[in-house]
Design a protein around this ligand. Structure first.
Ligand code: 2U9
Length: 344
């Protein structure tokens, strides 16, 4: 039995040495140490041995079993370490490879134009104010001297949500809300940018959604000459020092008197060309002195307070500045268009 046990030990250790993977090792374990394996069989046959032989063979069998089990364990640890080593080697990252370029996005042209306009007015002491795009009939129309049934409401065909709620048709309600917040006191000096909505058929010059930036200054002793001075400073900084401005009479329900402002055409220097349609002037924005009704509705004493307001379309400003011929370019997000206006 001693020889048989030594034979089994050598056989098993030989197989452990030659095992190339964990699965092979498990097979050796089952084959030699399993319940039906030869060593268990030797132990079972011990009953037939003499009383002297029994402890000797028993101890030897246990030693053999332990030696094989240790060898398997050791080999398994070696195999696993080697596998990990190989995996680390296979998955090594070559840091010298050039990286794949990251596609960088950029700010939208309209965002840049709006911020440029904001910055110019911030430089003149205005604050930026924002408000809701879903607006009440009161702030969108009533507070701006456009009572129900006023014919000028037709000029701003709207997207109604309910009888009293609509998508705002201009950013003017933000100024009306700002005035209310100041509780009848001056100065109010705000610039209000944002998206506005009108029921319109989209084409090269119309869009059902576009942006506006409007401004308002209310205080004691504000005059038309203040409006002219601020807008002249804006036009020169935005379009160039050589530009002249011109105010023409106009009509808006929320201002009286109302004007439209043109800048002299850069292309022809005022001579008249295709860009300015032969007039030498290009229309930029609308403005006027805040209507007394609007002041009173926001809680201001119109005998004490006066104000001016103006409004412009950033799309139109960008189209003039960069020669863009179709307003839809701003909203269709063709990167070939957008990439031309990314700042460095
Ligand atoms: C309050 C009082 C007065 C805002 C004004 C305009 C003139 C104007 C349009 C021009 C083209 C906007 O982009 S556009 O559609 N706007 O001409 N807006 S005065 O007057 C206000 C606003 C709010 C409380």
């Amino acid at each position: 039995m001693k020889e048989r046990l030594m034979e089994l030990k050598h056989e098993a250790l030989e197989k452990v040495t030659h095992a190339t993977d964990v699965k092979g090792l498990q097979d050796v374990r089952v084959q030699y140490l399993g319940k039906k394996g030869p060593i268990t069989e030797v132990l079972r046959g011990m009953g037939k041995l003499s009383a002297e032989e029994r402890p000797v063979i028993g101890q030897l069998a246990n030693e053999v079993r332990e030696e094989i089990a240790n060898a398997i364990e050791q080999k398994q640890a070696n195999l696993e370490a080697a596998a990990l080593e190989k995996q680390l080697e296979d998955e090594t990252i070559d840091v010298t490879l050039p990286g794949r370029p990251v596609q960088q996005g950029g700010r939208h042209l309209l965002t840049n134009i709006i911020e440029e306009i904001e910055d110019l007015f911030i430089g003149m002491g205005f604050e930026v104010a924002e408000g809701p795009e879903v607006e009440t009939d009161y702030y969108n129309f009533e507070a701006l001297n456009l009572p129900k049934g006023h014919p000028a409401r037709d000029m701003q065909d709207s997207f109604y949500i309910t009888e009293e709620l609509l998508m705002r048709t201009h950013t003017s309600p933000v100024q009306a809300r700002s005035m209310e917040k100041h509780e009848g006191k001056g100065p109010v000096k705000v610039i209000c940018p944002g998206k506005v909505y009108r029921r319109d058929t989209d084409d090269a010059t119309h869009s059902h959604q576009f942006t506006q930036i409007e401004g308002l200054l209310v205080d004691e002793h504000v005059r038309m000459s203040d409006l002219k001075g601020v807008l002249n400073a804006f036009a020169k900084q935005m379009f160039g020092e050589e530009r002249e401005i011109r105010l023409r009479p106009s009509f808006f329900p929320f201002t009286e008197p109302s004007v439209e402002m043109d800048i002299s055409c850069k292309m022809c220097g005022g001579e008249g060309c295709s860009v300015c349609k032969g007039t030498g002037w290009i229309e930029i924005l609308g403005a006027g002195m805040v209507h007394p009704n609007v002041l009173e509705m926001a809680g201001y004493d119109s005998n004490k307070y006066t104000g001016f307001a103006f409004g412009m379309g950033p799309e139109r400003i960008a189209m003039l500045k960069y020669g863009i011929d179709d307003i839809r370019h701003f909203y269709t997000n063709d990167v070939r268009f957008l990439n031309q206006f990314h700042k460095a």
